[in-house]
Design a protein. Structure first.
Ligand code: NDP
Length: 362
C-alpha cells in the first residue's frame, strides 16, 4: 500500500472553504493500472473556477477514495512519476514521467492510481524539469493552437505580420510571445500597469526578453493616441495585425479588435475581467472581422493525436532552451502539510498581479 493525500471538495465554493485534505491508501496496481507520485501540478485559473462550480466541465463527485461524502480531486494538470505498474501495462515503466491525457482527472494529490490509457508518456525527459512538463499541456498548447488554427498560416509566416494579445504576462501570453518569436510573427502585448512605473517597465522588459516585439499597458491602449502608436509600429499598417488573442474581455477586448486588419480574427479564450466582449458593428460589417472562441479541453478531447504532437513540439523547444519557464510561486507539499494551509495558497490564484503561477511540488 502507498499512503496518499489529495485535495478534495464535495461541494462548490471558494477553495479555502470547500477544499480539504483527504488521506487514503493506494493498493498495488493490477491489470493496466499505474501508480504515480506527484512531481508538479499548477494552479490554473480554470481549476479555481471548477471548484467554485462556475466552470462548464465538472468532475463527478465519487466515493472511490473513501471520502465520507462523494468528492472530486481538484486540479487538472500535472506531471507525475510512475512508481509501479500493473502486469498488463505495456508502454510505461517505473521512473517514467507522465501527464494526463484529459482534464478532470484530479492532479492536486501526492499519489494517484490511474489507468495507462489515461496517461501520456513523456518520451524523452532528458533536459526537462518537472515544472516544464507539468505546465505544458494547457497554457502552451492553447497559445500554439490559437496562433496556428485561427489565421492564414502561410500569410502570417510570410513575415511582417502581427498578433496582438492582452494578459500578455499570463502563462498563455508568455507562450504566445515565444511561439511568435520562433515562427517569425511580431507580437504586440498588452499588460496591466503595475504599482510603480519601475515595476511596469521591468515587466515590459521581461516580456521583451522573451521575444515580445512591443509591450504596452492597458492604460496606454485605452487612452489618447493608441491608434497613432499602432500606426507607427505597424509601419502605417503595412505590417497588418492579423490575429488578436483575448483573455480579458470588456473595453480591453474592444480595443484589441479595433487594431485588426480587415478579414482578421479575434480568439477569446478567457474572461479575466468578467466583463462581456462588446463589438462595434462596423468591425463586423466593414472589416469583416471574425470572432472565435477556443477551449483547450474540448479541442484536446477531439484531437488527441494532434495534442500529443503539439506537446512534443513545445517540449522540443523547451529542451533546446528556446521556451522559457513561467515565473512560479512554489508550494512545496510536504507530507505533514495541513489542508487549510494548502487551500489558502490555492485561494490567491484569481487574485491578479501575482509574481507567478502557483504550483504544487511534492
Ligand atoms: P495565469 O495564472 O498565468 O495569469 C493570469 C493572467 O490574468 C495574468 O496575466 C493577470 O494579469 C490576468 N488577470 C488577472 N485578473 C485580471 C483582471 N481582473 N483583469 C485583467 N487581467 C487579469 O493565467 P493562465 O495563462 O493560466 O490563464 C490566462 C487566462 O486564460 C485565464 O482566463 C484562463 O482561464 C484562460 N485559459 C483558457 C484556456 C482555454 O482553453 N480557453 C486555456 C488556458 C487558460 P495581472 O498580472 O495584471 O493580474
Amino acid at each position: 500500500y502507498t499512503q496518499a493525500k489529495a485535495l478534495v471538495y464535495s461541494k462548490y465554493g471558494e477553495p479555502k472553504d470547500v477544499l480539504s485534505l483527504h488521506k487514503h491508501s493506494i493498493s498495488a496496481p493490477h491489470g493496466s493500472q499505474v501508480n504515480l507520485r506527484l512531481l508538479t501540478a499548477p494552479m490554473n485559473p480554470a481549476d479555481v473556477n471548477q471548484i467554485q462550480g462556475v466552470y462548464p466541465s465538472k468532475p463527478p463527485f465519487q466515493t472511490t477514495l473513501g471520502t465520507s461524502e462523494p468528492a472530486a480531486v481538484a486540479g487538472n494538470e500535472g506531471a507525475f512519476e510512475v512508481i509501479s505498474t500493473g502486469s498488463n501495462v505495456k508502454n510505461l515503466a517505473k521512473g517514467d514521467w507522465v501527464i494526463m491525457k484529459r482534464t478532470g482527472l484530479g492532479t492536486w494529490r501526492t499519489h494517484a492510481q490511474l489507468d495507462e490509457s489515461q496517461l501520456i508518456r513523456i518520451e524523452n525527459k532528458d533536459g526537462l524539469s518537472p515544472l516544464q512538463v507539468g505546465t505544458v499541456s494547457v497554457n502552451p498548447v492553447t497559445a500554439y493552437r490559437m496562433i496556428r488554427d485561427y489565421c492564414d498560416w502561410d500569410w502570417m509566416r510570410a513575415g511582417e505580420e502581427w498578433l496582438i494579445q492582452n494578459g500578455a504576462n499570463s502563462g498563455v501570453g508568455r507562450a504566445a510571445i515565444q511561439l511568435g518569436r520562433e515562427w517569425g510573427i511580431k507580437t504586440l502585448n498588452v499588460i496591466r500597469e503595475r504599482k510603480t512605473p519601475e515595476e511596469t517597465e521591468a515587466l515590459k522588459q521581461e516580456l521583451k526578453e522573451l521575444g515580445a516585439t512591443a509591450v504596452v499597458t492597458e492604460e496606454e491602449m485605452l487612452t489618447g493616441n493608441f491608434r497613432d502608436i499602432v500606426h507607427e509600429i505597424t509601419r502605417q499598417g503595412r505590417e497588418p495585425i492579423r490575429l488578436a488573442l483575448n483573455c480579458v474581455g470588456g473595453k480591453n477586448a474592444t480595443a484589441l479588435a479595433k487594431t485588426l486588419a480587415p478579414d482578421s480574427h479575434m480568439v477569446t479564450y478567457g474572461a479575466m475581467s468578467k466583463q462581456p466582449v462588446a463589438l462595434p458593428s462596423g468591425l463586423l460589417i466593414f472589416k469583416n472581422l471574425s470572432f472565435d472562441g477556443f477551449w483547450v479541453s474540448r479541442w484536446g478531447d477531439k484531437n488527441p493525436e494532434l495534442k500529443e504532437n503539439t506537446i512534443r513540439d513545445v517540449l522540443q523547444l523547451t529542451r533546446s532552451g528556446r521556451f522559457k519557464d513561467i515565473p512560479v510561486d512554489k508550494v512545496e507539499w510536504k507530507w505533514d502539510a495541513e489542508g487549510p494551509q494548502l487551500a489558502e495558497r490555492v485561494q490567491g490564484t484569481l487574485g491578479g498581479y501575482r509574481s507567478g503561477k502557483g504550483v504544487f511540488t511534492f
